[in-house]
Write a protein that binds this ligand. Structure first.
Ligand code: BGC
Length: 315
């Protein structure tokens, strides 16, 4: 009897996603389309406390909170209303037992003109660093979402060099998340500077892009509708994760998902399950892009779409 009990413990332990390198994130969801919109609600989603409670109940350990702190930044100051709203969401999530990745999102002018905008980037993080001093360890900072254009892996690293000492002065142990250029493409990670042991490295994964972005109005040309993943595409996805694992650093797939508009839940579930399992197999933490709005997991009344919960949470 005793022996049987121990075996069960071992089996259950092996089935749980592992926190690699002490990085406390395993299963995460982006509270997308809320605070990174021009104003909350502009993109059809207002974050509700009940969503955060449902996320905690449904088996996630973390939310990623995209916030466009460059919106409403005036006279060298972060918009105080946006900051107060961000505080509320973070507190609600921490109180619900979730970690929070605070992500500086949609700062597009930084990518277009890093020389001109870098002082503002540094200032935003100086203010956030001061404001969140002493907050629980479950809060993490992600320095920039999807660097692109002139903000390539090298220039992004140079900006991180400026912000690290400022943040580390007050947050010596807080996890900081960085990523490379080309919209946080996985292939930039090998060129990204290695930092301290409380740093995780993020990439975004939407491969094959014409599959995951069918019907996405913001992509030109708009990818045409197509069938489900092929066997060859499944093998290709698995290969990408095996390659990533060789980097031997704490990794976060900070965004992945399939746009919900044109693709059936069944086809989305297949892609999500294949991708999520490949990540977990190699100890890579993940964060699904979208909860209740674009790339949604649940319908407008909060009920999971068919097959998606299983794709993210089961075996
Ligand atoms: C962007 C979203 C977009 C998503 C998938 C995110 O990084 O901020 O606007 O929907 O990627 O394309």
């Amino acid at each position: 009897m005793r022996y049987k009990f121990k075996m069960w413990v071992v089996v259950i332990f092996c089935l749980l996603p592992m926190a690699a390198f002490g990085f406390p994130v395993a299963r995460c969801v982006n509270l997308a389309n809320g605070l990174e919109a021009p104003f909350e609600g502009a993109w059809g989603y207002t974050i509700r406390d009940e969503d955060i409670h449902a996320i905690a109940r449904d088996g996630f350990d973390t939310i990623r909170l995209p916030v466009a702190f460059s919106n409403g930044y005036t006279s060298g100051q972060i918009n105080p209303l946006l900051l107060a709203r961000t505080d509320h969401v973070i507190r609600t999530a921490l109180d619900a037992g979730l970690n929070v990745i605070l992500d500086l999102h949609h700062f597009r002018t930084l990518s277009q003109d890093p020389d001109r905008m870098s002082p503002m980037f540094v200032e935003i993080w100086r203010q956030l660093g001061a404001h969140y001093a002493g907050w629980p360890d479950g809060l993490m900072f992600e320095l920039i979402n999807e660097a692109h254009a002139k903000l390539n892996t090298r220039t992004a690293d140079a900006l991180f060099d400026k912000v690290y000492p400022i943040l580390r002065a007050r947050h010596p142990d807080r996890w900081i998340i960085v990523s490379g250029g080309e919209y946080s493409h996985r292939t930039t990670l090998s060129r990204l500077k290695r930092r301290d042991i409380r740093t995780a490295y993020s990439f975004h994964y939407y491969t094959p892009f014409p599959f995951t972005h069918q019907g996405a109005s913001w992509v030109t040309p708009k990818p045409p509708e197509r069938g489900p993943l092929s066997g060859a595409e499944v093998v290709e996805i698995q290969g990408h994760f095996a390659d990533l694992a060789r980097l031997d650093i704490p990794l976060l797939m900070g965004e992945f998902g399939v746009y919900h508009d044109k693709v059936s839940s069944e086809d989305r579930a297949l892609w999500m399950g294949v991708t999520r399992r490949a990540a977990e197999r190699f100890g890579i933490a993940w964060c699904h892009w979208g909860y209740r709005s674009g790339f949604r997991l649940v319908d407008p009344s909060g009920v999971w779409l068919p097959g998606l919960r299983e794709a993210l949470m089961d075996g």
